[in-house]
Design a protein around this ligand. Structure first.
Ligand code: FAD
Length: 512
C-alpha cells in the first residue's frame, strides 16, 4: 500500500560510484565487500524509511510504532540508554523518590493513629537511590527489548544533519557512521534552563538531575521556581529532613495552568508538611563561591531585599528545547525565539520529510504529550492522518496529596469571557478518603453555564493523578457534568468524589 515506504533489499549491488568502491575505469565498477574498508564506520549511509534522532519518550515511541507499521527504522540516541529525560532523569526517578520519601515520612509521622507502632525508623538514602536506579534500569532495558521486538535499529551516538536526508553519527563507542532517511523525526527533547549567574555543578547548585542523585540530605535547600518540578523535588527533600524554601516570582505555586483555588490549597498543605514559600519574589543573584550558596532575593515589584543561605540550591525555572549540535544550519532549519523547532499541524518542518515531536517543539513539556505526538507522527507518515487533542492533555503534580487537572482553569475561562459554573466536592466527605485517613483536597468541575459541557476538571487529593484519566476521557468525548454524574461509580472509592463533584455542578451532591 505504501510503496514509497517499503523496505529496500539491503544487499543490493553497488551500481554507482561510491567513495570506497574500486573504480577501474570511469565506467567500470566492481562489487566489493565494503565492510573490510570501514574504519570505525558501523554502517554506510544505508537508507531507512525513517530515522529518528533522540531515544526519549517521543523518539522511542515513534520508533516502536514505526517498527509495528513495517517501516525500516533506526533510532539514534546519545545518552547510552533509551527513554530520554523521562526514564533516566525525569518522571521515573523523581516518582520513585516521591513514593519512597512519602512512605518514609508517613512511617515517621502518620502511623500511631492508625494503630501501628514503629520504632527505630532510619533513612537509608543510599538504598533509596539504589531502588530508584533499579526502576530506571529495568524500564530503560525494557525499551531496548521493545526495539528488538519491533525491529528497530538502535544506533548509540550523537546524530547531526549532514544533508537533508543524511544523519552523521558520532558513535559512543568510537568512530562514526551515517544513516539516510526517507523520513526523519527530530525528538531531541529539552534541558533545564540555567539561572544567569549561578554555575550548575549538580552538587551545590543543582538542576533536577542533581536533585534526584544527592548523596546526603541537605540541611537547607532553596528551590528557585515553584513549578511542578520544583515542588516535587522540594517535597522529596523536605520529607527526608531538609529545610526547604521555595522562591517563586508569581503569586501562586504550581505554574499558571494550576487553578488558583487548588494552588492555594496545596500550598497550605505543603506548608503544614514543613515547606516554606516566598511568592511574588524574584532571585536577584547568587553567590556559590563559599561553602554554602547565598541567594539574594527581592519582592517582585521591587523593595524588600533578603539573602537566603542554602547548602543546596535547586534551579527549577523551567526547561528549554534542546537542539544543540544537530547541524540544523546544514539544512536551513531554524528555531523560534524560544528555541522551538517550527512545525505545521502534521509536525512537518519546512522540509516536509523532516518532522519534530516532543519537548523540542511547541506544547507542554510532558512525556504523555510527547508519546501522543509520536503515535500521530507515525500515522501521518503511514496513513496521512493522526490525532492529538491539545485541549485534553492532563497535568499531574505528584506531591502528597497529588494535584491533577485537565482543560481550562477559572482564570483562563474568565479571560476568554466564557460563562461557566462550578461544582466541587471535598475528600473530607468521601467515605474511602475517610477510611484511609487521607482527606485533604477536593474535586472541582468547571462546566459551560448553558450547555453543562465540561471545560475543566481540577483535583487535589490522594491518587488525583489516576482519577484525572476519567476527566480526560470525559473532556475528550465532550461529556457534560450530568453524563459523569449519571455514570455509576463503585463504592467505596475515591472516584465517588469525582461523581459527586459532577453532581454538584449540574444538580446537588448527595453527601455534602
Ligand atoms: C525531574 C523531571 C520530572 C518530570 N516528571 C514528569 C512527569 O511526571 N510526567 C510527565 O509527563 N513529564 C515529566 N517530565 C517531563 C518529561 O520528562 C519530558 O516531557 C519528556 O521526557 C519529553 O520527551 P522527549 O522525548 O521529547 O525528550 P527527552 O526525554 O528529553 O529525550 C530526548 C533524547 O534525545 C537525545 N538527544 C538529544 N540530541 C541528540 C542528538 N543530537 N543525537 C542523539 N540523541 C540526542 C537525548 O539524549 C535524550 O535522551 C519531567 C521532567 C523532569 C526533568
Amino acid at each position: 500500500m505504501f510503496k514509497h515506504l517499503l523496505p529496500k533489499a539491503t544487499s543490493r549491488p553497488l551500481l554507482r560510484p561510491a567513495s570506497n568502491t574500486f573504480r577501474a575505469s570511469p565506467s567500470t565498477f566492481y562489487l566489493v565487500d565494503r565492510s573490510q574498508y570501514r574504519r570505525g564506520y558501523a554502517t554506510e549511509a544505508e537508507e531507512k524509511d525513517l530515522v529518528i534522532i533522540g531515544g526519549g519518550v517521543a523518539g522511542y515511541v515513534a520508533a516502536i510504532k514505526a517498527g509495528q507499521a513495517g517501516l525500516k527504522v533506526a533510532c539514534i540516541e546519545k545518552r547510552g540508554t533509551l527513554g530520554g529525560t523521562c526514564l533516566n532523569v525525569g518522571c521515573i526517578p523523581s516518582k520513585s523518590l516521591l513514593n519512597n520519601s512519602h512512605l518514609y515520612h508517613q512511617i515517621l509521622h502518620d502511623t500511631k493513629n492508625r494503630g501501628i507502632d514503629v520504632e527505630g525508623v532510619k533513612l537509608n538514602l543510599e538504598q533509596m537511590m539504589k531502588a530508584k536506579d533499579t526502576s530506571v534500569a529495568g524500564l530503560t532495558k525494557g525499551v531496548e527489548f521493545l526495539f528488538k521486538k519491533n525491529n528497530v535499529e538502535y544506533i548509540k551516538g550523537t546524530g547531526a544533519f549532514a544533508d537533508e536526508h543524511t544523519i552523521a553519527v558520532n558513535l559512543i563507542d568510537g568512530g562514526e557512521t551515517s544513516v539516510r532517511g526517507k523520513n526523519i523525526i527530530i525528538a531531541t527533547g529539552s534541558e533545564a534552563t540555567p539561572f544567569p549567574g549561578l554555575n550548575i555543578d549538580e552538587k551545590k547548585v543543582v538542576t533536577s538531575t542533581g536533585a534526584i542523585a544527592m548523596t546526603k540530605v541537605p540541611k537547607k535547600m532553596v528551590v528557585i521556581g515553584g513549578g511542578i518540578i520544583g515542588l516535587e523535588m522540594g517535597s522529596v527533600w523536605s520529607r527526608l529532613g531538609a529545610e526547604v524554601t521555595v522562591v517563586e516570582f508569581l503569586g501562586q505555586i504550581g505554574g499558571p495552568g494550576m487553578d488558583a483555588e487548588i494552588s492555594k490549597a496545596i500550598q497550605k498543605t505543603l506548608q503544614k508538611q514543613g515547606m516554606k514559600f516566598k511568592l511574588n519574589t524574584k532571585v536577584m543573584s547568587g553567590d556559590d563561591s563559599g561553602e554554602s550558596v547565598k541567594i539574594a532575593v527581592e519582592a517582585a515589584k521591587g523593595g524588600k531585599e533578603e539573602t537566603l543561605d542554602a547548602d543546596v540550591v535547586l534551579v527549577a525555572i523551567g526547561r528549554r528545547p534542546y537542539t544543540a549540535g544537530l547541524g540544523l544550519e546544514n539544512i536551513g532549519l531554524e528555531t523560534d525565539n524560544r528555541g522551538r523547532l517550527v512545525i505545521d499541524q502534521e509536525y512537518r518542518t519546512k522540509l516536509p520529510h523532516i518532522r519534530v515531536i516532543g519537548d523540542c517543539t511547541f506544547g507542554p513539556m510532558l512525556a504523555h504529550k510527547a508519546e501522543e505526538e509520536a503515535v500521530a507522527a507515525i500515522e501521518y507518515i503511514t496513513k496521512n492522518y493522526g490525532h492529538v487533542n491539545y485541549g485534553a492533555i492532563p497535568s499531574v503534580m505528584y506531591t502528597h496529596p497529588e494535584v491533577a487537572w485537565v482543560g481550562q482553569n477559572e482564570a483562563e475561562l474568565k479571560e476568554a469571557g466564557i460563562k461557566y459554573k462550578v461544582g466541587s466536592f471535598p475528600f473530607t466527605a468521601n467515605s474511602r478518603a475517610k477510611t484511609n485517613l487521607d482527606t485533604e483536597g477536593m474535586v472541582k468541575f468547571l462546566c459551560d453555564a448553558e450547555t453543562d459541557r465540561i471545560l475543566g476538571i481540577h483535583i487535589m487529593g490522594p491518587n488525583a493523578g489516576e482519577m484525572i484519566a476519567e476527566g480526560t476521557l470525559a473532556l475528550e468525548y465532550g461529556a457534560s457534568a450530568e453524563d459523569v454524574a449519571r455514570t455509576c461509580h463503585a463504592h467505596p472509592t475515591l472516584a465517588e468524589a469525582f461523581k459527586e463533584a459532577a453532581m454538584a455542578t449540574y444538580d446537588k451532591a448527595v453527601h455534602y
